[in-house]
Design a binder for this molecule. Structure first.
Ligand code: HEC
Ligand code: HEC
Length: 274
């Protein structure tokens, strides 16, 4: 593979990755695969050549496994996250026939092979950088993510990419779940429609204090309310409290409504990238 093909591959790939991280969630895998087979993603073809040259001998032509190497199309290999897949190829598995390929293969080549393995697994291609820092190049998205995890305190209740709180629903894929107006309403007026499973109850205790929170297991005897930090479910026995009542107010505070217009745009841009 000459330097020029490589460069073209890289350019294609970086524009693709940006495009992907913005729109993969609204694209179906089928659509994506048909894009692949149209040959727009040069990397996968190269990945196939490299795979056949270096990996096939132990992992089989179609990743089905051979005497010297494990299958790549079954679990656990098809459960590896994108970064784990890249890491195992890069670093190998100490003490096994799987050597580290960094040094013999460039990062781009490893990315291409990993993409091809995803192809063999029948999965959408890799999206790198979707975790942690999410190197989106849109400054609004970056600023919005910082607000979300920082001063706007959304992350105390909401998670994405498996990070964050559990008082509110996970926001992975929220951009495809909610149209723009529904998303805006969920943010500006949380109580207008409450996500099922995230309703609120109030427990008035004998000393007059009132506990509000997401509930579950409302039985004849007791109700369980999630603690404000989301970590525990606290049981209140009905005979020991003054009253348990439904609340039609969301647990979600109006933090979003109180942000400045600029910050709202940033948080919105970030949510739309999820
Ligand atoms: C000499 C044989 C050999 C070659 C060549 C080889 N592998 Fe492996 N590979 C293995 C073995 C053995 C394992 C299982 C290691 C273990 O037990 O965890 C493995 C594990 C893996 C895994 C993790 C699978 C899992 O179940 O977690 C991946 C991914 C992988 N190899 C990809 C590759 C790629 C890509 C190449 C080519 C660049 C390659 N391998 C070349 C032998 C090989
Ligand atoms: C105290 C916890 C809490 C905080 C802080 C919080 N939320 Fe929520 N959020 C919830 C709960 C609970 C729900 C589900 C109930 C509802 O629909 O109002 C929810 C619902 C949502 C929804 C609708 C999700 C869906 O699937 O329909 C979005 C979007 C959302 N929150 C975004 C945010 C953003 C952005 C912030 C920060 C500005 C934030 N939330 C802060 C608790 C919280």
């Amino acid at each position: 593979m000459n330097a020029m093909t490589k460069q073209i591959g890289e350019n294609l790939k970086s524009s693709f990755t940006v495009l992907l991280s913005r729109s993969i969630k609204s694209m179906t895998a089928v659509l994506f695969l048909s894009v692949l087979s149209a040959g727009s993603l040069a990397g996968v073809g190269e990945g196939q050549e490299l795979y056949n040259a270096y990996c096939q001998i132990c992992h089989g032509v179609l990743g089905e496994g051979q005497a010297m190497g494990k299958p790549l199309t079954d679990s656990p290999a098809n459960r590896l996250a994108d970064q784990e897949l890249i890491d195992v190829i890069t670093e190998g598995r100490a003490g096994t026939g799987m050597v580290a390929w960094e040094g013999s293969l460039s990062e781009v080549e490893i990315f291409d092979i990993a993409s091809y393995i995803r192809n063999l697994q029948g999965k959408p291609a890799l999206i790198l950088g979707d975790d942690d820092s999410g190197p989106s190049d849109d400054p609004n998205v970056i600023a919005g993510e910082m607000l979300f995890n920082g001063s706007a305190e959304c992350a105390t209740c909401h998670s994405y990419d498996d990070k964050g709180g559990s008082v509110g629903p996970s926001l992975d894929g929220v951009s495809s779940r909610l149209a723009d107006d529904a998303l805006l309403q969920a943010l500006m007026n949380p109580s207008a429609s409450i996500v099922s499973g995230f309703g609120t109850k109030e427990v008035e205790q004998e000393d007059g204090t009132v506990i509000r929170g997401r509930f579950r297991n409302d039985s004849e005897l007791a109700v369980q309310i999630q603690s404000a930090d989301g970590r525990r479910w606290v049981t209140y026995f009905k005979e020991r409290v003054t009253q348990v009542r439904d609340s039609d107010e969301s647990v979600m505070p109006d933090t979003f409504a109180n942000l400045g217009a600029n910050e709202q745009q940033q948080v919105l841009a970030f949510l739309r990238s999820l």
